[in-house]
Design a protein around this ligand. Structure first.
Ligand SMILES: [Zn+2]
Length: 217
């Protein structure tokens, strides 16, 4: 069941306040349409009835895919976390010990997690793929080292007969894509198997480039 909460939101263009509906939780098995709205981002966009401006609604939500045994907790940066919620989430984590549990700071990262798991891939291995790909790009264009390492790479899609993986990243004001063969994913699977210390913390784990970077210092 989707738990809907009404909140007050201020239009970024005209400054008028409006009541908008937000989702406290999203169960995509009960309502598959919600998954599509998460994936295209429309679940987080509201149109101002006064001026027509499209605004982004940043709010906390819990994405739940019971079939895929995936739960992603979106807690936007700057949102406060009360101890009651934290305890509640810890209890959920304890009950769902066969689930993949993730915590993200922004809508783009939630969308990426859903896309990764929908493609049947593992987000830790994808982070490793991003790291390896960045290293290769740096080797080709060493003068862009700082920009490449700082760029937020995202899993975009997997496609084609060979399961080619596309990563996207912004640089110099444009979005770029880089395709990597599935063999890179397999190589990264091997790297992680040989490095068992690289594993997520218990509970709702944050898996991103900053997390992986801690293991490569
Ligand atoms: Zn407005």
């Amino acid at each position: 069941m989707a738990f809907i909460k009404e909140i007050q939101a201020r239009c970024s263009s005209c400054g008028e306040n409006h009541t908008i509906s937000t989702y406290g939780s999203i169960n995509v098995s009960e309502d598959p349409l919600l998954k599509e709205k998460v994936k295209d981002g429309s679940l987080f966009v509201w149109e101002c009835p006064h001026c027509g401006q499209l605004n982004l609604a940043k709010y906390t939500t819990l994405y739940h895919d019971p079939d895929g045994k995936l739960m992603v907790w979106l807690l936007p940066l700057g949102e406060s976390l009360d101890p009651g919620t934290e305890n509640g989430m810890a209890n959920i984590a304890e009950e769902l010990d066969d689930y993949t549990l993730r915590r993200v700071d922004d809508i783009g990262s939630l969308i990426e997690k859903v896309n990764i798991f929908d493609a049947g891939l593992d987000d830790i291995i994808i982070e490793m793929c991003k790291y390896v790909t960045k290293m290769e790009l740096v080797e080709k264009t060493p003068q862009k080292r700082a920009e490449i390492m700082a760029a937020p790479f995202k899993f975009y899609r997997m496609g084609g007969a060979d399961n080619e993986i596309t990563l996207s990243f912004p640089m110099d004001g444009n979005m770029h894509g880089v395709n990597i063969g599935f063999n890179v994913y397999e190589d990264c699977t091997g790297i992680l198997r040989r490095n068992p210390t690289i594993k997520p913390e218990s509970g709702f784990a944050r898996i991103d480039s900053a997390w992986l970077g801690k293991f490569f210092r």
